[in-house]
Design a protein around this ligand. Structure first.
Ligand code: UN1
Length: 508
């Protein structure tokens, strides 16, 4: 530990080694993929970068194992996921440590992310007995019409740095009970965390008597992802990341008639109306906007406040923001850890400059905090008062940056709310039932997630997660999201000795 109480890269390196060891994954063979920590900016280890032949071999293996795996009854497939859930309970602290080390999340949020994995494993186990098809009334006598859901094939999962484990688990737990095999390309920013998950899942498979080849891990950058995108054996490509990434992925997968499940950018807003409980609103806004250093796809980025309460709300926010401790994400009491890298920091600074050029007023935050030297990037979460929803406000800046605008007319507030290209998460803070219901109505929020009196981030796994417009339209995790991971067959069975044709056609 350095004199300031901040761990050194050497401390963090041994913490990573300890966590990996506890998770049953040894330090990887050195290679050209560095595992960095945003806590100090130092390198924890290096790993092998998957070359094209390794990626091809992973897809081939997943495709081969699929042929067997799809015939295992779903409730039996669930054994692997149940075991994975148990292992996650047992190793929650070690895996959370890796999440903090590689993504910079504070301890409480890192443990919460592993909890999200445990929750989705439980959900998937229950789901394994509920992959229901319908029975449909046939128009013909002596006929039965029904539908069956079958495993789809190999699912390619491309995940982002900010939820390095939960988003993988949403996809993988569901895909596995659905009878699919998985090839995972994690963010190149979180390779050790990925290695740990991969190790746990393969252990779960072996311990339950199944082929560990149901899960394949490939590591590297965009070129590795592109290989999954373009390989016809990847039946479903589930990709989480920027809208820019989605724009290149979607047409390529479509060109080979593959399926895509996209979870792209958000530009999430909350409307605060005059009847809102300001104490509750303040707490929700601070968690959604400053929590995770603003690096959730569900982070709150725009606040649309009624002009009459803007003053008191901003006062409360200012007070709360000044109390936020920024620093080492392992330290007690710290609520805001580092940004992932210098690019994120520069992106935030550029957005603040543009907003000021648009006559925005910086109310608090935005400045860099020297926590652990030049190679790490810590900032104070910022609030900017805007007079209009200018271009920079309509863009997603992946940092703790909250734009505040005011409204007088509720319809115009909803219009402003929806006037961005993204459509992931949204909230209204009100105690007026008419306003709340209107926000959830067809002409209300246009997002995939619309909340009342809770923030935009921190969704439970039981619901379907995803959004509209530039967010990509995919739904993952709970509810009936599983249907994206299976193919539907419509079955008509004739148990009569006649052959009546549909639509009453008489032939011959
Ligand atoms: C993400 O940021 O990619 O709703 C996912 C939330 C979390 C998941 C966020 N349950 O904030």
């Amino acid at each position: 530990t350095s004199t300031l109480g901040i761990p050194t890269t050497a401390d963090l390196r041994s913490r990573a080694a300890r966590a990996l060891h506890a998770l049953g994954a040894d330090l990887p063979e050195p290679g050209k993929l560095p595992a960095r920590t945003p806590i100090t900016g130092g390198t924890l280890a290096t790993l092998q970068y998957s070359d094209p032949s390794a990626v091809d071999a992973a897809i081939t293996a997943a495709d081969n194992v699929f042929r067997e795996w799809r015939t295992v009854p779903a409730p039996r497939r669930a054994a692997v996921v149940r075991r994975l859930g148990e292992l996650l309970v047992e190793h929650q602290a070690a895996l959370a440590d890796l999440v903090t080390l590689e993504a910079g999340k504070i301890g409480a949020e890192a443990r919460g992310e592993v909890q999200e994995m445990i929750d989705v494993c439980e959900f998937a186990v229950g789901l394994s007995r509920q992959l229901y098809g319908r029975t449909i009334a046939s128009e013909r006598p002596g006929h039965r019409l029904s539908e069956t859901w079958h495993p789809l094939g190999v699912v390619g999962v491309i995940s982002a740095f900010n939820f390095p484990v939960a988003v993988w688990a949403w996809n993988t737990a569901i895909a596995l009970v659905c009878g699919d095999t998985v090839v995972w390309k994690p963010s190149e920013t979180t390779p050790l965390t990925a290695l740990a998950c991969h190790t746990l899942l393969r252990r779960a498979a072996v311990e339950t008597g199944f082929d560990p080849g149901i899960h394949q891990l490939v590591q590297g950058g965009a070129d590795v992802g592109r290989q999954l995108v373009d390989d016809h054996r990847i039946a479903l490509l589930s990709a989480t990341g920027s809208t820019r990434m989605g724009r290149t992925v979607a047409p390529r997968v479509a060109a080979r008639f593959g399926r895509c499940l996209l979870e792209l950018g958000g530009n999430n807003a909350a409307i605060v109306t005059p009847s809102a409980d300001l104490e509750l609103t303040t707490r929700a806004v601070v968690f959604s906007a400053a929590g995770t250093a603003g690096q959730r796809c569900t982070s709150l980025r725009r606040l649309i406040v009624h002009a009459d309460i803007a003053g008191p709300l901003l006062e409360r926010l200012d007070r709360a923001y000044r109390q936020l401790r920024v620093g080492d994400p392992f330290a007690d009491g710290v609520l805001v850890g580092p940004l992932i890298n210098g690019q994120a920091y520069q992106g935030m600074q550029a957005a603040i400059e543009r907003a000021r050029a648009d006559y925005g007023e910086l109310l608090c935050g935005g400045e860099r905090v020297d926590v652990a030297g030049d190679e790490s990037y810590y900032v104070r979460p910022a609030v900017l008062r805007m007079h209009a929803q200018t271009e920079v406000v309509r863009e997603e800046t992946f940092a703790p940056l909250l734009y505040v605008m005011t409204y007088r007319d509720f319809d115009l507030a909803i219009e402003m709310h929806n006037a961005v290209s993204q459509g992931l998460s949204s909230s209204i803070f009100t105690t007026d039932q008419r306003e709340a219901e209107r926000f959830l109505a067809p002409d209300g929020s246009d997002c995939g997630i619309a909340n009342v009196n809770i923030g935009t981030s921190g969704a439970e796994i039981g619901g379907a997660f995803g959004g509209e417009k530039d967010t990509g339209g995919g739904r993952e995790s709970g509810s009936d999201s599983w249907k994206a991971y299976m193919r539907r067959a419509t079955n008509t069975v004739n148990y009569s000795s006649e052959l009546p044709l549909a639509q009453g056609i008489v032939f011959g």
